[in-house]
Design a protein around this ligand. Structure first.
Ligand SMILES: C[S@@+](CC[C@H](N)C(=O)[O-])C[C@H]1O[C@@H](n2cnc3c(N)ncnc32)[C@H](O)[C@@H]1O
Length: 282
C-alpha cells in the first residue's frame, strides 16, 4: 500500500506557525466542522464527548447517518465514510472474531473477561448476542458516563446478565489489583493510541502481566493514518484538547508485551492499513 508522508507524533504536539498556509487551512476546517459540521450527528457527538470517546465509537460502529436537515445527514454520511471510521468498523469485526475464537477454544470452560477501556463495549455485546458462552464480563472505563451509556446499550439488547461495570483507570496499578475474579482474557482496544508516553504503556503491560496474569491479551495498535494531522489539528479529545494520537508500529508494542511476559502474537491488520489487532498469550 502506497504511504504518504505524515507528520511525526512530536510535530503534532506543537501548534503550527500562526501564518503558515497549513495553519490557516486547519483553522478553516476546524471552524467549518464546529459550525456547519455539527449538523451531522456524528460530528456533534465527537465535539461534545471527544473523538476518542466510547460514545463516538458506538456511533461510528452503528453506521447509520443522521443529522439536522438534509445537509446534516449528507455531512454525517461523508463523516462515517472516512477511512478512519471504516477502519474502526473493520477492527470491531476483527476483535469480535478474536474473542469468539478464544471462547470456542475454551470448550465451554467458564471464562472471565475484563475490558480495561471498554467504552460502550460494542464488540463484546455482539459476541454475546451472536453466540452463547459461559462468561463473566467486567467492563471498566475511566469515563463513568460511557459506562452508563454502555449499560443502556446492553439493556436494549437484553444482555445484562453476568456483566459488571466499574469506573477505573487502566494505568492505575493499585486499581488493577482490586479486579476480581482474575481474568482469563484481558481486552484493551482503542487505548494505546491515546496514551502519549511509551513508558506508560510498557509499565502498564508489565502490571497487567504481574497483577492480572491473564491467559490471553487482546489489544490494538494504530500504526499509520493519513488523516492523523486532520484529527490532531481539527478534532478534540475527551478533555477538550487536540486529539493527538500516537502512532506506533505493531512490532514495537508486541516487543513491549513480550518483555512483559506475553508470547505468541497473532496479528491481523485492517484492510485500510491503519490498525493492527493483536492477540497474545500469557
Ligand atoms: C477510543 S475509545 C475505545 C472504546 C472501546 N474499547 C472501543 O474500541 O470501541 C477509548 C476509551 O478509553 C477510555 N479511556 C481513556 N483513558 C483511559 C484509562 N486511562 N483507563 C481506562 N479507560 C480509559 C475512554 O474513556 C474511552 O472510552
Amino acid at each position: 500500500m502506497q504511504r504518504s508522508q505524515i507528520p511525526s507524533f512530536e510535530e503534532l504536539q506543537y501548534p503550527l506557525p500562526r501564518y503558515s498556509s497549513k495553519n490557516l487551512y486547519y483553522t478553516f476546517i476546524s471552524l467549518l466542522l464546529r459550525n456547519i459540521g455539527t449538523l451531522s450527528e456524528g460530528i456533534k457527538i465527537g465535539y461534545r464527548h471527544g473523538f476518542d470517546s466510547g460514545n463516538i465509537m458506538n456511533y461510528i460502529y452503528e453506521n447509520n447517518p443522521q443529522g439536522s436537515l438534509y445537509i446534516g445527514e449528507v455531512i454525517d454520511r461523508a463523516f462515517l465514510n472516512q477511512k478512519t471510521c471504516r477502519a474502526f468498523r473493520a477492527i470491531k469485526k476483527i476483535q469480535k472474531d478474536f474473542i469468539i475464537n478464544y471462547l470456542k477454544e475454551r470448550e465451554g470452560l467458564k471464562t472471565s473477561i475484563v475490558d480495561l477501556a471498554s467504552g460502550e463495549a460494542d464488540y463484546i455485546y455482539d459476541v454475546l448476542q451472536e453466540e452463547s458462552f459461559e462468561v463473566s464480563v467486567l467492563l471498566r472505563d475511566i469515563n463513568e458516563n460511557t459506562l452508563l451509556e454502555s449499560r443502556k446499550v446492553a439493556e436494549g439488547m437484553g444482555l445484562t446478565q453476568n456483566i459488571r461495570y466499574e469506573v477505573g483507570d487502566a494505568l492505575d496499578t493499585e486499581g488493577l489489583g482490586n479486579i476480581s475474579p482474575k481474568p482469563d482474557l484481558v481486552i484493551e482496544v482503542g487505548l494505546y493510541g491515546i496514551i502519549h508516553e511509551d513508558q506508560k504503556i510498557q509499565d502498564h503491560l508489565k502490571a497487567v502481566k504481574e497483577i492480572l496474569d491473564p491467559d490471553a491479551l487482546l489489544f490494538n495498535v494504530q500504526t499509520y493514518n493519513e488523516q492523523i494531522e486532520l484529527i490532531a489539528r481539527a478534532l478534540v479529545n475527551q478533555d477538550g484538547d487536540p486529539c493527538v494520537w500516537h502512532l506506533r508500529s505493531a512490532d514495537q508494542v508486541v516487543e513491549w508485551a513480550e518483555e512483559a511476559g506475553f508470547r505468541d502474537p497473532q496479528i491481523t491488520m485492517d484492510p485500510y492499513g491503519i490498525y493492527a489487532v493483536v492477540m497474545m498469550r500469557g
